[in-house]
Design a protein around this ligand. Structure first.
Ligand code: SF4
Length: 381
């Protein structure tokens, strides 16, 4: 890593998120990946190996997030996701999955490999989960929880918070249910990001809801000792935005091999096909101006390992959602290509731009004073 630092003046990313397939057996409302059962978008197995070899050898990475699509639907060259886990036993995998394909045999194998923890997607309790994901899905998830627990595999859940279900995240019941009754060890909350199928800025949690969730998140971590990560309220524990291949941060590669700064920044310059066919690596991909501009913004905003800089409000850390105008004008700059049709549309959409900027202004007014108080007194109330 020292050699990397000597050459580039910063440390390499700590992990990647890889979505090896867009194929999914469910069709959830508002899926950020716009996944479907018939999609052909899948990375060849030999390319997945190349990516994992690259990050392990060149960045010393031993942690990878797998997302999708539904990762357990991955099929290529006669291999599945289980072959990846088996081959790369020195990499720990966090797998975002809908959980419906995890049976006893898969749970047994995950226990044997010892390098995987699934985070199963739920939408709240049974009612909310079945409403968005399909009838009967929650019962299948409960079965998967049982298999995983009985075989000794650590498990987690992931949830999407929208304006409509935000109330669930504001009191103890949801957290107590999953941590105490189900026995999860980690929970990931993704506040709805208006990208992907049917993107809709009006579904984002409101700035007021976000502040209430922030207070509840802090209570879960500090008082209840639950491991809960709330994107974006947890920005403070990650020293702000971790995208753009930031040192200690990450980047995202999708089923078409597009190399993006983050799962929620659906724009790219290179694909893994481009770079590996030219004998290059992911290191070259993150030296592109689009990625560098993102890291430059992160440093100015407050992340700097080397020099003291003023730390701006990490209660609004997101480079795209919380600072949309800056993203469009100073990071994207009309240069990076959209990942899909949805991204091609929203980046040119004036109404979308107006709504995002208004949201950011309101969020700033609400959270700036809170941030100042937190810096001075270490508390929010
Ligand atoms: S761009 Fe936003 S979602 Fe992505 S890492 Fe940065 S803060 Fe998180």
């Amino acid at each position: 890593m020292e050699k990397y630092e000597e050459k580039y003046g910063e440390y390499p990313p700590a992990f990647i998120t890889l979505s090896p397939t867009k194929v999914c057996n469910l069709r959830c409302k508002g899926c950020y990946a716009a996944s479907e059962a018939t999609s052909k978008d899948t990375l060849p197995y030999n390319l997945v190996e190349k990516i994992l070899d690259d990050i392990r050898e060149n960045w010393g990475v031993h942690f990878t997030v797998i997302s999708g699509g539904e990762p357990f639907m991955y099929r290529s060259e006669g291999k599945t996701l289980l072959d990846i886990f088996d081959k790369y036993r020195d990499i720990f995998f966090l797998v975002y999955t809908n959980g419906t394909l995890i049976d006893r045999a898969i749970a047994k194998l995950l226990a044997e490999f010892g390098n995987v923890t699934p985070a199963i997607s739920v939408e709240g309790f049974e009612k909310e989960t079945d409403e968005r994901r399909g009838k009967g899905v929650f019962k299948k998830i409960l079965r998967a929880f049982d298999y995983l627990k009985e075989e000794g595999v650590p498990l987690g859940v992931s949830l999407t918070a929208t304006r409509e279900n935000a109330h669930l995240f504001m009191d103890d019941e949801l957290y107590d249910y999953y941590f105490e009754e189900i026995g999860v060890t980690h929970m990931w909350i993704f506040q709805y990001m208006p990208i992907g199928r049917g993107y809709n800025p009006d579904l984002m949690v409101t700035p007021e809801q976000r502040v209430k969730m922030l207070k509840q998140w802090r209570k879960c971590m500090v008082e209840k000792k639950y491991f809960v990560a709330d994107f974006w309220n947890s920005g403070v524990v990650a020293s702000g935005c971790i995208a753009y291949g930031r040192d200690g941060g990450y980047l995202y590669i999708d089923w078409n091999g597009k190399i993006m700064p983050c799962v929620f920044v659906p724009f790219y310059v290179d694909t893994v096909y481009d770079i590996y066919s030219k004998g290059k690596t992911l290191t070259d991909a993150i030296q592109r101006p689009f990625f560098k501009r993102g890291r430059e913004w992160q440093r100015k905003y407050g992340y700097c390992r080397y020099h003291k800089v003023k730390i701006n409000n990490w209660f609004m850390p997101c480079s795209i959602r919380d600072h949309y105008e800056n993203f469009v004008k100073n990071i994207h700059k009309g240069e990076a290509k959209p990942e899909d049709e949805n991204a091609a549309q929203f980046i040119k959409d004036d109404e979308y731009f107006g709504k995002m900027v208004k949201y950011d202004d309101e969020l700033e007014k609400l959270t700036d004073p809170l941030w100042e108080k937190f810096l001075k007194e270490g508390k929010l109330d």
